[in-house]
Write a protein that binds this ligand. Sequence first.
Ligand SMILES: NC(=O)C1=CN([C@@H]2O[C@H](COP(=O)(O)OP(=O)(O)OC[C@H]3O[C@@H](n4cnc5c(N)ncnc54)[C@H](O)[C@@H]3O)[C@@H](O)[C@H]2O)C=CC1
Ligand SMILES: O=C(O)[C@@H]1CCC=N1
Length: 264
Amino acid sequence: MIAIVGAGKMGEALLAGLLATGYERSEVLISESVRERADELRERYGVDDVPATEAARRAETLILAIKPQDMVEVVDEVAATLTARHLVISVAAGITTSVLEKHLAGEVAVVRAMPNTPALVGKGMTAVSGGTHATDEQLDRAEGMLRSVGEVVRVPERHMDTVTAISGSGPAYFYFLTETLIESAVAMGMTRATAQALARRTIAGAAAMLEESGEHPVVLRENVTSPGGTTAAALRELERHGVRTAVTEAVDAARSRSRDLSEG
Ligand SMILES: NC(=O)C1=CN([C@@H]2O[C@H](COP(=O)(O)OP(=O)(O)OC[C@H]3O[C@@H](n4cnc5c(N)ncnc54)[C@H](O)[C@@H]3O)[C@@H](O)[C@H]2O)C=CC1
Ligand SMILES: O=C(O)[C@@H]1CCC=N1
């Protein structure tokens, strides 16, 4: 039995992904403190919602998907119920396995994971690292579960804040770019529906090219850039406005914020 504690945006993405890829409703529980949200998810997915301590009693795998700031409080609440048979997977940004282990009695296995919301449609990217007591078998179990909602890589925990800044927050960067393309087209007089279709298909097509061709993005960008053409004119403006530096600094800010979150 798997319990997802905190069924917000990420908790739901994991829940939907797990159910869509072979987990039975009877194998997954949620624990969600906002009543309306719990009702909504119970209705949408047909899973049980139980208090966190009951989730810890009934499930051997606990996925903690609450805000980093709430993590210690919830871990303290369930700690007495957890035993060496449990596997705790935290998806919280910034919270280290050592912080979690400090609040868990005994030798409870902890895995820190950083998924992303495309897990909802089976296209997630998750990185995992194991805490002190997590065995290879438990890491394999966590990976197997998360692989059902996308790809999984194992990284040393020191890279987790970078992972958070790249693939955890990353979908938002591409949505921001897509939204900007839509608004630009609308400003030029195109209907919103057409603008959305153009932008959406373009980002999806570009992503598919990256995946399927296996080419470096520089090669793909060069293929779009005809000599003396429109793309070259656009890219010159992006460089003039320092977009490359802005992206680098945005990633740096996300990583710093992830580090700060471990301090509460
Ligand atoms: N949203 C994202 O793209 C990603 C989020 N994460 C991590 O996932 C965690 C959740 O983030 P979001 O889903 O974005 O936030 P959210 O605010 O949408 O979800 C948190 C949920 O936890 C519930 N909650 C709070 N205290 C609780 C408690 N004591 N017991 C049960 N439920 C409780 C809230 O009512 C809410 O529904 C964070 O730690 C975040 O760092 C990780 C990767 C990506
Ligand atoms: O914004 C956040 O803090 C979370 C972590 C990665 C994506 N969303």
